[in-house]
Design a protein around this ligand. Sequence first.
Ligand SMILES: CC(C)(COP(=O)(O)OP(=O)(O)OC[C@H]1O[C@@H](n2cnc3c(N)ncnc32)[C@H](O)[C@@H]1OP(=O)(O)O)[C@@H](O)C(=O)NCCC(=O)NCCS
Length: 176
Amino acid sequence: MNLLQIEIITNRLVLKVIDMQYKTEIFREFTAEITTYMYPRAANEISDTEAFIQNSLAGLREGCNLQLVILKKNTKEFLGCTGIHRMNTKMPEFGIWLKKSAQGNHYGFETIAALKKWGEENLDCEGFVYPVDRDNYPSRRIPERLGGKIVKEYNKENLSLNILHLVEYWIPKQDI
Ligand SMILES: CC(C)(COP(=O)(O)OP(=O)(O)OC[C@H]1O[C@@H](n2cnc3c(N)ncnc32)[C@H](O)[C@@H]1OP(=O)(O)O)[C@@H](O)C(=O)NCCC(=O)NCCS
């Protein structure tokens, strides 16, 4: 499987491998507000975003990290980023963010539901991990709607030096 060619199509979205062509939008939209409940922090310089994209492509080539952009299917508008970390393990982890103006349309659920299906068809895993801050209600709805159950709760300092109060959902793989 050539991960660099992946394209996942849903009703309203297309998920494509991250690319330097999206650096300006990622830099502009991945703000301090967006990262409130996330581990990474917003980039100060566009060179930070470029380094993130380079690292993501290296992870893709190694087969350990799938990093995708979320585009609106009909217009190809950039909406955000998503990914599967540790994808070569039994317990890969989902990640997602949407730009502010794209939130409120359930694109998050549509994205992660499609990634789950892709993972079930293509990965040798037992299920998926979805860690999320206990106060991040829109994000918590995603694993809840996919049948996820809380299996762990722990605190972790993020790169903005705030403490995240994480609840970790386990979403079992469905047999296909
Ligand atoms: C997580 C994220 C992708 C979800 O975005 P989205 O798909 O646009 O989500 P929506 O706004 O459509 O809402 C999803 C659900 O949360 C509910 N919701 C939204 N805001 C809420 C609030 N303040 N309180 C309670 N529920 C809320 C919605 O009613 C909806 O519920 P439903 O599934 O039962 O219909 C988006 O909020 C985001 O990018 N956040 C910033 C980055 C981030 O925190 N990423 C996740 C890290 S774990």
